[in-house]
Design a protein around this ligand. Sequence first.
Ligand code: AMP
Ligand code: TRP
Length: 332
Amino acid sequence: MTEKIRVFSGIRPTNILNIGNYLGAIKGWLEFQERPDLDCLYSAVDLHGITSPYESKKYQNQIQELVLEYLAVGIDPNKSHIFIQSQVPEHIELAYYLSTIYPVSRLEQLPTYKDKKQEQPRYINMGLLYYPVLMAADILIYKAKLVPVGKDQLPHIEVAREMARSFNKSFGQTFPEPQAHLMKGAYIPSLTGEGKMSKSKPDSFISLLDDLKTIEKKLAKVPTDNGHDKVLPKEGGVLSLLNFVELFQGLEKKQEYEKLYLTTGLQYGDLKKDLAKSIYQELQPIQEKRNYYADRPKEVAEILEDGRKYASNIARETLKEVKEKMGLTSNG
Ligand code: AMP
Ligand code: TRP
């Protein structure tokens, strides 16, 4: 049997998952776990979450909540390995080794780092600069080849690729170059019509746990126009709405609306009500499954322990190889 190709991805336990995370990243995770040629590891990356201001007393709950949501969206512990990043501390050790072969100047130039500096000017900590190094270690420690993520993560994947190349060149072939896997929903726009849907911007998202009323209220606030023009909008709230229609109701429905927009005019009230229903229809079973697992903490703890063990074994092996190759241990 040929060896399975490894897949790794993770999300920070910063807020309830939203439909951007779901369509942009998790749909890819679900697709991959169905493939018998792939070995999938999905992690709650709590060490990345503490690089932004957070509440330590609430953090354990947030981590557990994220795991419930992984299970709720359909990450299946019989098909994938689910674990918490900080419970496999080998990631941190590998990150240190990788940091010694990568220029600081490249890290300082990353758009994600620059954005964070603007977002949290009073909290520009070392961890923020180190973020892509740890992320590369997350991926490389499993020698993962595929990383299903949203578009915003591409610069980070590039760092991981460069690190793999650089390590291989200096110390001999060790790591495959990981590839990002983008989904159709790799860029979900914000409900405000400006920028991307983001966990850190409350007005921008629909969360996976929102009820129908909340979704209706949020969609009602999406800025629109008078519903009629000679050309379709290229940005803003209307474009976001049409995008959501395509993702939740299909391309045909979107084309129907586009035709109305270009001819007799589009009624946003109807569109929004219909769209809210479709979104909720997809979210309702996820919410039920979340509650199922919330009532079964023992089962969840077992799933996480299985995941931790599986991940730890691979991580230890990789570290051993890395330390030998770097001359930190004898290989005799
Ligand atoms: P974050 O919420 O930043 O921790 O992101 C978790 C995952 O969701 C990453 O793979 C992101 O690329 C993806 N993601 C976050 N926001 C969006 C978005 N608006 N559109 C598509 N993917 C997203
Ligand atoms: N940086 C990613 C995000 O913000 C989370 C992450 C950390 C990740 N380590 C990873 C994603 C490794 C993929 C692979 O969403």
